[in-house]
Design a protein around this ligand. Structure first.
Ligand code: GCB
Length: 603
């Protein structure tokens, strides 16, 4: 009987978990709402064998750590106590917060208490900007949801679980790597675990704008009137709600009424001369007001078009060369996950100093402030999902996972004028299964957003002697053909002047990676690996070589700053850092920085 009960309980736990695992659709522009920050000190318990989740038969346990149990009588046995456990600052990654957790990959439980005063006139959303990688969220002992994927936000409506006074949120975070995950088991960056971005309790009206989209339509250069298409969806499928969109500076306002699906849409027309288009030289953002019934929120939105013509990328109808740099989502000085607006501003100011008008936010969605700060600073963005290297192409759950991460990346940032490219993958090995997986993802991305360009970082294949031939079936699915190449690092730099490029596609080409490693402060001859001079020479040779690629549309060399990677084990040089940065991990410029800066000055 006891066994049967355990099984029934285990089953109900699993069913509950999967029934609740569907997150509430992501709220658009979370910054616009009043919210209680749940950042700060959280108690944590490292749980190597997931004692707090499974019993000794590996069934989900009734007395899991999410209960936050306390002994009621002196003889009660409870073998954990969050209130006696250490604390760490959230948001953060545990690897840089606790020396013992530097290499740790597994489960850690987090707990935070907070005060709340729920009201019948509003709803409360528990919002996580990112948790790496697999997490279960509990509020006051009840399971709220299960989320997979380390770099995208998610939220739950917790109004019915919230109570007056003290509330306790507990999160089980597991960052173990698996072959069927996205990213998969191996990747060249640190698997930072934890609640790595902000946590908020967001107060929303009972009816609010779950999503809205405001985009400039493409038009003829001579068009006298420009059109802004607006669409929005309420959190409730209810007809009759009044929705107003206005852009005071343009003297535009439109009143709409929701249909039975809770949707509205319209086209706003504006005199072309009055519309100041967003661009790197003019990162103009308009104050946009949006209201539903009696509540109003604001956003800052820029208007621009992005398209391709043969080998050119056109921003607002004009060809643009994308002077880019790749960036990992790491703090500028000292490692660890970047997660603040200050981190974003410093990293992006380095990119600006380099002369960039474009950044490749590799290899997964970066924090939202990074995209928003870049937009304010006039920097275009390539945003990517972690479909990296050897993904389990035939596994349907893997596909669903990648698709969900793509959905959430686009859901979060589709109103950002500076995001021009959605990248669906990086350096994936060719096969029919891969083509099907990525082909479906590319088609799906277009159904979510047909106003931006789709790309992916491909590899040069079929390089024979001095011919670099780009051949990838995925060329059909993308708007921009991008590829990584490492002449000078994984291949001799002396080959650079001899290389001939064969790119048989009439589409814009971006070199999405090139580069090589140097330890800042290590000097020597230009053929001495790891010296700044070696990296400097590699950049000189590569820039000269790239100048010969006809119609090149842009580059995002690898990479702005040295970043942590467990694959980089060479003592005294790498010390668990990938050293291909133009800045060191401490923010020192290396000599190659000046080569790229000069090259960009001439572009
Ligand atoms: C690549 C990968 C990037 C690596 C880089 C390297 O091609 O896309 O994630 O870090 O090479 O340093 O080898």
């Amino acid at each position: 009987m006891k066994r049967l009960l355990t099984t029934v309980f285990a089953l109900s736990c699993l069913l509950t978990a999967s029934a609740q695992s569907k997150d509430l659709p992501l709220i658009q522009n979370v910054f616009a709402y009043e919210s209680l920050s749940l950042n700060g000190d959280w108690n944590y318990i490292v749980d190597v064998q997931e004692e707090g989740y499974y019993d000794y038969r590996m069934n989900p346990t009734r007395s899991g750590f999410f209960q936050n149990a306390k002994p009621k009588r002196p003889e009660d046995l409870i073998e954990y106590d969050f209130d006696k456990a250490p604390t760490m600052k959230i948001p953060s990654d545990w690897n840089t917060q606790d020396d013992q957790l530097f290499f740790y990959e597994g489960t850690v439980w987090f707990k935070k208490s907070f005060q709340a005063a729920p009201s019948k006139d509003s709803r409360s959303l528990l919002y996580f900007a990112a948790v790496n990688y697999d997490c279960h969220v509990y509020l006051n002992g009840q399971h709220v949801g299960h989320h997979i994927g380390g770099f995208t936000p998610f939220n739950y409506d917790v109004s019915d679980k919230l109570r007056e006074g003290e509330n306790i949120v507990i999160v089980k975070v597991d960052n173990k790597r698996h072959a069927e995950d996205v990213p998969t088991q191996i990747f060249d960056w640190w698997n930072y675990g934890g609640i790595t971005r902000d946590v908020r309790l967001v107060k929303v009206p009972t009816v609010y704008l779950e999503d809205y989209d405001l985009q400039l339509q493409k038009a003829d250069a001579k068009a006298k009137t420009r059109e802004l298409s607006f669409s929005a969806k309420l959190n409730k499928a209810e007809a009759g709600h009044k929705v107003v969109v206005s852009i005071p500076e343009l003297k535009l306002e439109q009143q709409l009424t929701s249909d039975a699906e809770g949707k509205v849409s319209c086209t706003l027309k504006v005199n072309a001369k009055k519309l100041s288009l967003w661009s790197p030289q003019n990162p103009k953002l308009y104050d946009v007001r949006l209201s539903v019934d009696t509540s109003t929120i604001n956003d800052e939105i820029g208007f621009r078009t992005i398209e391709t013509r043969d080998k050119q990328i056109l921003l607002n109808g004009q060809p643009i060369f994308l002077k880019g740099i790749s960036i990992h989502n790491e703090k500028p000085n000292g490692g660890g996950r970047a997660n603040t607006a200050e981190d974003a501003r410093l990293l992006l100011s380095w990119a600006k100093e380099l002369g960039c008008n474009f950044v490749r936010l590799a290899h997964y969605p970066h924090h939202e402030e990074m995209v928003r700060e870049a937009e304010r600073m006039g920097i275009l963005v390539w945003s990517e999902i972690p479909v990296y290297w050897t993904i389990a192409w035939t596994n349907t759950k893997t596909y669903e996972n990648a698709r969900q991460q793509l959905t959430d990346m686009i859901a979060r940032d589709h109103n950002r004028a500076n995001v021009i490219i959605w990248s669906i993958a990086n350096e994936t090995p060719h096969s029919n299964e891969r083509d099907q997986f990525l082909g479906n993802l590319a088609k799906y991305a277009r159904t979510l957003d047909n106003t931006r360009l789709i790309s992916m970082a491909m590899e040069v294949t079929g390089a024979s002697n001095y011919v670099n031939r780009l051949h990838d079936n995925m060329h059909e699915y993308v708007d921009v053909v991008s590829f990584n190449q490492y002449i000078g690092w994984y291949r001799d730099v002396n080959d650079a002047p001899k290389m001939r490029w064969e790119i048989p596609y009439n589409k814009p080409v971006i070199i999405s990676e090139f580069g090589g490693g140097a330890r800042a402060g290590y000097h020597g001859a230009k053929n001495q690996r790891w010296t700044e001079e070696f990296q400097e020479n590699l950049y000189i040779e590569n820039c000269a070589m790239l100048d010969k690629i006809e119609g090149l549309a842009g580059t995002t060399p690898w990479i702005l700053k040295d970043f942590r990677s467990p694959r980089r084990v060479l003592n005294g040089i790498q010390d668990y850092y990938n050293r291909k940065g133009l800045y060191s991990d401490k923010g020192e410029k290396k000599k190659a920085f000046y080569v790229l800066k000069k090259w960009y000055e001439g572009k």
